[in-house]
Design a protein around this ligand. Structure first.
Ligand code: HEC
Ligand code: HEC
Length: 199
């Protein structure tokens, strides 16, 4: 397998898993099955993939690949969460493919009115200084394995930046986020999360 030159065995395993996931194509039966499977997700991730619950992310409009990777990470234990792991353990590669496509096709959350434009301005400056858009795209909608961060729940953005910074979450794609989050100050994290949540 000449394509795999990951720095870790775990990385290599994930590549193989995702390669297998990407190799089959979806069809109408798949999408009906995905919708049914997605019923399992509504209680936590909300109707239409838009979360109403603290510390649970919205999934609607996330890039398909990002969603698939995260499910693979939870299932394999590379990403740890008491609530998500038992769910991920029950889903097959086929489910992961179908669920990724399904949630990626849903309309992303609409930002609520910004109650603190000053904080958003600081967040915008931090995002520019830290070059967040260079990976997350100019609209922060994400692409491929890079997450959508525009319109995500504010406290979940804070939580995930803390998780990367502390090493609780290592992430895929060469662990880019660990390097990004490590130097961020608490002030920057607060401002970034506020800014991004209101896009
Ligand atoms: C019991 C509640 C619960 C259920 C049910 C649940 N999830 Fe989750 N999910 C979570 C929590 C909590 C997180 C955030 C974990 C963290 O903080 O790292 C999460 C995170 C995720 C993520 C990562 C998203 C991101 O932005 O990082 C994906 C993808 C995901 N869930 C998919 C699903 C799918 C698909 C289903 C249904 C098959 C599902 N979840 C069902 C609680 C749940
Ligand atoms: C070098 C590319 C790169 C840069 C620069 C970058 N990111 Fe990321 N980001 C990623 C990747 C890749 C992921 C998905 C990682 C994973 O698998 O956990 C991600 C994930 C995230 C997540 C988790 C989203 C979720 O739903 O779980 C947040 C929050 C985030 N980035 C915020 C930022 C912020 C804020 C900045 C700027 C300070 C930034 N990123 C800069 C590549 C990047």
């Amino acid at each position: 397998m000449p394509m795999i030159r990951s720095r870790s065995v775990l990385g290599a395993l994930c590549c193989i898993a995702l390669g297998a996931l990407a190799s089959a194509s979806g069809n109408a039966a798949d999408s009906a099955a995905a919708k049914e499977k997605a019923e399992m997700c509504v209680a936590c991730h909300g109707q239409g993939g838009i979360s109403q619950t603290e510390n649970i992310p919205s999934l609607a409009g996330q890039p398909d690949q990002f969603l698939q990777w995260q499910m693979v990470f939870f299932r394999g234990g590379a990403r740890k969460n008491e609530q998500m792991q038992p769910i991920a353990e029950q889903i097959s590669n086929e489910d992961i493919r179908a669920l990724g496509a399904y949630f990626a096709s849903l309309t992303p959350p609409k930002a609520t009115q910004d109650d603190n434009p000053d904080l958003s301005r600081k967040g915008a400056e931090a995002a520019a200084g830290r070059r967040c858009a260079s990976c997350h795209t100019d609209t922060y909608a994400g692409t491929k394995a890079v997450a959508r961060i525009a319109g995500q729940r504010e406290e979940y953005l804070v939580k995930s930046l803390h998780d990367y910074k502390s090493g609780v979450r290592s992430g895929g794609a060469g662990s880019a986020m660990t390097d990004v989050a490590y130097p961020l100050s608490e002030e920057e994290i607060t401002a970034l999360a506020h800014y991004l949540a209101h896009l």
